[in-house]
Ligand binder design. Structure first.
Ligand SMILES: [Zn+2]
Ligand SMILES: [Zn+2]
Length: 381
């Protein structure tokens, strides 16, 4: 089977069998079996269902790491394709199936051309990306303990870019993705007698407004950052002022100093709100996935490979940064590399990740696979 057919076959088989984060057992065995057949040395159960394959060309050279994520999402599929999810309520709606297909096809290319190559190829298949746990768990399990990549490339399909294009931008690309929960505590009582209470609802609403205001006035607008609330909870019925109200949200920043400032500002905002109405607050802030910062040298090297080997492919190199989270950032803190976007948008199609009608087009798989091949040729040939 030629590699263009192989990438489509693997994509469709994986698409039909999506598995949720941290439950990727079938997927892991599929990936391990394919790698083994190609002649890779395999490690399984690396940080959960992580699979690592190593191909040693037997001649000194660089070690190139390629990373794909593996997990799917808790949502029902509505695409109507013949290879649609066979698991009710679970769908590969973020295209991690396509990433596995592209990386496996690239691995097969490397295996078939091993006699011509030098150095090592380390294929990293990471579980639990959607929950932000997998990369960290693989690092803690020693994914780079034996063989540490000199260059590392993660891929993600990107529907804001058209099929047939690639997105490769140097520097900050995604956000430090944090979460927080704050509880405002007052004294509950009768809605008709607020003067005998310490109103936690008043504290919470003021706290939310303070947070929006402070993060608008204290932060440097040259650097993208945002605070959003997704939860506000409290009370039981219309005439009881509750004792506590809980709010929860997310903070996205691109620089570590902005992250630290956001934590200070949330405390300031919530403290002022609690003080105003005579109550107290507690803030539980959890730093999450670190932002992806693409290595300038690796980005420049890849741009050279693409220019030389893929003259027909448009490479977009700006305007790609956003405040989403991607846990490949953990790997990129350890080894120099980039997160490469593979254009997956089509006119007239649903171009939204995590949408029940989203699919990665066949043409995108080919472009992504060709990009990975050019990287293998560039570093290992
Ligand atoms: Zn996703
Ligand atoms: Zn994703």
């Amino acid at each position: 089977m030629d590699l263009a057919s192989y990438v489509q076959k693997v994509y469709q088989e994986l698409h039909a069998h999506p598995e949720l984060s941290s439950q990727e057992a079938w997927t892991a065995s599929y990936v391990a079996r394919e790698l083994k057949q190609m002649g890779f040395a395999i490690s399984t159960q690396v940080g959960g269902h992580g699979v690592v394959g190593l191909l040693d060309a037997g001649r000194p050279g660089l070690t190139l790491g390629l990373r794909s994520d593996m997990d799917a999402l808790p949502m029902g599929e509505e695409t109507g394709v013949s290879y649609a999810s066979q698991i009710p309520g679970v769908m590969h709606a973020c295209g991690h199936d396509s990433h596995m297909a592209m990386v496996l096809a690239a691995c097969r290319y490397a295996a078939e051309n091993k006699e011509r190559l030098q150095g090592k190829l380390l294929a990293v298949f990471q579980p639990a990306e959607e929950v932000g746990d997998g990369a960290k768990a693989m690092l803690e399990a020693g994914v780079f303990a034996q063989v540490k990549p000199d260059r590392f490339v993660g891929i993600h399909n990107w529907p804001s870019l058209g099929v047939g294009s690639l997105g490769l931008q140097s520097g900050p690309l995604t956000a430090n993705t944090d979460s927080f929960t704050a509880v405002f505590r007052g004294v509950g009582g009768h809605g008709a007698l607020p003067h005998r209470t310490k109103d936690a609802i008043a504290m919470a609403t003021a706290g939310v407004q303070n947070a929006f205001a402070l993060t608008q006035r204290y932060t440097d607008a040259s650097y993208p950052q945002v605070v959003s609330f997704g939860v506000i909870q409290g009370g039981t019925t219309f005439n009881i002022i509750p004792e506590t109200v809980t709010v929860a949200g997310t903070v996205r920043t691109m620089r570590l100093e902005d992250q630290e400032q956001m934590i200070r500002l949330l405390h300031q905002a919530f403290r002022a709100a609690a003080d105003l109405y005579g109550g107290s607050y507690g803030l539980d802030y959890a730093k999450g996935v670190p932002g992806v910062v693409n290595d300038a040298q690796v980005a420049a090297e890849l741009a050279e490979f693409f220019a030389a080997q893929l003259p027909d492919v448009r490479v977009v190199s700006e305007g790609l940064a956003s405040l989403v989270g991607e846990d490949v950032g953990y790997f990129l803190q350890e080894v120099p590399g980039v997160l490469l976007f593979v254009g997956s948008g089509r006119e007239g199609a649903v171009n939204e990740l995590h949408n029940p009608r989203f699919l990665v087009p066949a043409e995108a798989l080919v472009t992504g696979f060709r990009a990975l091949v050019s990287i293998i040729e560039g570093y290992l040939a």
